[in-house]
Every structure is written in structure tokens, then in C-alpha cells.
Design a protein around this ligand. Structure first.
Ligand code: KG4
Ligand code: ZN
Length: 340
């Protein structure tokens, strides 16, 4: 059984993990906090922070698993999609391990790693399944017939769902990343829910667009509230009504596409991953939906949903055992897609 190190530096999490003997032996996720004051990820700061933190993350997983670099067989690393400079830090580090310690280099597609992350927790996910990857950077609905048999049914034409939450959160004076607070406000709401539109994309059955919803929130805020500093002046109950409306629109849009997909494809389960799947509001709605159609729902625990090294090590192990290695010319691919 190989021991595979997974390295993840595509955005603002510096993460490493080791997969061996059929399980994750050690895992380390360092969330970069430098971005908070800017209200979003600053690419240059992310690269610099990865440079500072990655060696420590790798040291930690080696220490926790009581392994030495020479005990490892493969170095799996996310090479796309993501921020170019941030990806480069991880890829250069993995290449160093490959060249210096003789590990097999394995380039991992971040989206494919998310796709299979649920398997780390649930061993009984039946194929074919439908999967949502919903994060700050991606909103993707994928039909998964089997390994490397993917059909991306829909993706966002503009903002990702997490990005929508972070941007509208900023308008409401909610700290970045705003998703979990918006979720909490939405769940707490017991007064009026503000009505926002549900967008459809012309000639793209499964396509998503969230920028119209973002603009609708902005117009609603402009029409009803005053700016105070950089955001609108709202009390807690007003935030609750708006967040409930925002969440309801997003939930309806996501569930509508899933419903269409379950009609068009013979899928046996729904898998949801990505940071936004931490949302209790969305989980409840997905739960009700899958109960109604009689399909099982698999949402991994939150540390596996947000960016992590475990999913990279896990997919890296699979690729290792299939002999899918990369050579030292492995490029970073910031716009990598799920096409195989
Ligand atoms: O997957 P992730 O950690 O990073 C990438 O974007 O790749 O996702 C982060 C996103 C952020 O936009 C954040 O606002 C959102 O996930 N998020 C949530 C929740 N927790 C994090 N959105 C809704 N409800 C949550 N509980
Ligand atoms: Zn991600």
C-alpha cells in the first residue's frame, strides 16, 4: 500500500494530509486569516502565506503520522483550477519532493478531488450519482457515471454561490467570509422573508447565474436603507429577513437543477461538497428534496467540504495505484476543468 502526501494550495487554505493503509493518517488545514480585512482573497497575499505555511503543514502531517519523507511513495498536489501564484507554491514544493526524495509526482484536479471527497467518509455511495460542488469559487452540477466518467451538466456563468454570499454579506456589513453568518441569519428569521428573483439561463438548461440575485439584493438595500461607512445600516431582524430571502432563492435554484437532472439521468444518489454545503439551511432543503424523490444524500463533514489536503491525498492514492503519474514539467492550470 503506498503512502501518499496530498498538498492543497489552490486558494486560501494551506493544507496537507497523508493517505496510507486505506485511510487518512494525518491531516492539517491552515486557514489564512490575512484576507479577512480585505473582504476577499488577495491572490498575492495567498501565495506569500502558502510559502510561509506549507512546509509547516507538511512537517505536521509527517510528525502526526510518525512517518519520514523517505517513507512516502507519492506527492499529490493540486495543479488547478485555482489562483496561479498559489497553485505554483504547492506544485513547486511537490516537485522538490519528487526530485529530491524520489517520490512519484501526481497532479490532482481540485474539482475531481472535491468530487470524490465524500468517499473518504461514506464507502457506500452508489454510482451513477449527481454531485454539486458549491464553494466560494465554484458552482458545478456534475453527473458521475464512474471514475473519470464525468459530465458537467451546469456551472455558473458569473458568481459562485459562496462568492454571492461573501459579496452580499459585505453590503450588509457582515464579515468575510459571510456564508455562515448569512446561513445563521436565514435560519433565525421568523418575520417576513424578502422576496428575491430566481434566475434561469437562456439556452443552458442547467446553467446558473447569481449576479442578478446579487444586484437584486443591492437594489433592495439601496431602496430601503442608508449607507453607513462601507455597508448599509441594518438591524439584526432586517438582516434575518434579507438573508432568509437570499438563501431561499439560492436553494430553489440549486434544487430546481437537481430535480431536472434526476429526471434526465438515472442517478442513484446526490453528493454535495464545497464550503457552502456547510449551510444548514441548504442541507435542510436538500434533505427534504432527496427524501421526496427517494434518493440518498451524502454530504461529508465540513472539514472535508471546505478545501483540504485529505481529498488531494485520497485522489492521489487512487491515481498512484492506477499509475497516473506526472513528470517534473507539470504546469499549473488555473482554469482546469473536469473534462476527461
Ligand atoms: O470550499 P471553500 O472553503 O473555499 C473555496 O471557495 O474553494 O468555500 C468557501 C465559501 C465561502 O464563500 C463561504 O462564505 C461559504 O463557503 N460558506 C458558507 C458556509 N460556510 C462557508 N456558505 C453558507 N453557509 C455556511 N454555513
Ligand atoms: Zn475547493
Amino acid at each position: 500500500m503506498p503512502h501518499v502526501l496530498g498538498i492543497e494550495t489552490s486558494c486560501d487554505e494551506t493544507a496537507a494530509a497523508i493517505y496510507g493503509n486505506g485511510k487518512i493518517l494525518a491531516d492539517c488545514i491552515i486557514r489564512q486569516i490575512v484576507h479577512e480585512e480585505y473582504g476577499g482573497v488577495v491572490p498575492e497575499l495567498a501565495s506569500r502565506a502558502h510559502e510561509k505555511l506549507l512546509a509547516a503543514a507538511v512537517d505536521e502531517v509527517l510528525r502526526k503520522s510518525r512517518l519520514e519523507i523517505n517513507d512516502l511513495d507519492g506527492a499529490a498536489v493540486t495543479y488547478g483550477p485555482g489562483l496561479a501564484g498559489a497553485l505554483l507554491v504547492g506544485v513547486a514544493f511537490a516537485k522538490g519532493l519528487a526530485a529530491g526524495a524520489g517520490l512519484k509526482l501526481i497532479g490532482v484536479n481540485h474539482l475531481e478531488a472535491h468530487l470524490w471527497s465524500a468517499e473518504l467518509q461514506y464507502s457506500d455511495i452508489p454510482t451513477p450519482f449527481l454531485a454539486y460542488i458549491i464553494s466560494g469559487g465554484h458552482t458545478l452540477l456534475v453527473y458521475v457515471a464512474g471514475f473519470r466518467e464525468y459530465q458537467v451538466l451546469g456551472s455558473t456563468q458569473d458568481d459562485a454561490v459562496g462568492e454571492l454570499f461573501d459579496k452580499t454579506g459585505r453590503m450588509m456589513g457582515i464579515n468575510y467570509p459571510a456564508g455562515s453568518s448569512i446561513d445563521a441569519y436565514a435560519l433565525k428569521n421568523n418575520s417576513k422573508t424578502v422576496e428575491f428573483p430566481r434566475a434561469r439561463v437562456k439556452n443552458d438548461k442547467y446553467g446558473f447565474s447569481f449576479s442578478g440575485l446579487k444586484t437584486a439584493v443591492l437594489y433592495y438595500l439601496k431602496a430601503n436603507f442608508k449607507m453607513q461607512g462601507e455597508s448599509f445600516d441594518l438591524n439584526e431582524s432586517e438582516k434575518e429577513s434579507i438573508c432568509a430571502g437570499l438563501m431561499a432563492s439560492v436553494a430553489d435554484m440549486l434544487i430546481r437543477a437537481a430535480e431536472l437532472a434526476f429526471t434526465d439521468f438515472e442517478a442513484r444518489a446526490l453528493v454535495i461538497t464545497g464550503g457552502v454545503s456547510a449551510s444548514k439551511f441548504l442541507r435542510n432543503r436538500f434533505q427534504k428534496f432527496t427524501e421526496n424523490i427517494g434518493a440518498p444524500l451524502f454530504i461529508p463533514s465540513i472539514n472535508l467540504c471546505t478545501d483540504n489536503g485529505a481529498m488531494v491525498a485520497y485522489l492521489g492514492d487512487r491515481l498512484y495505484r492506477k499509475g497516473h503519474f506526472s513528470d517534473l514539467s507539470l504546469p499549473v492550470e488555473p482554469s482546469l476543468t473536469l473534462a476527461y
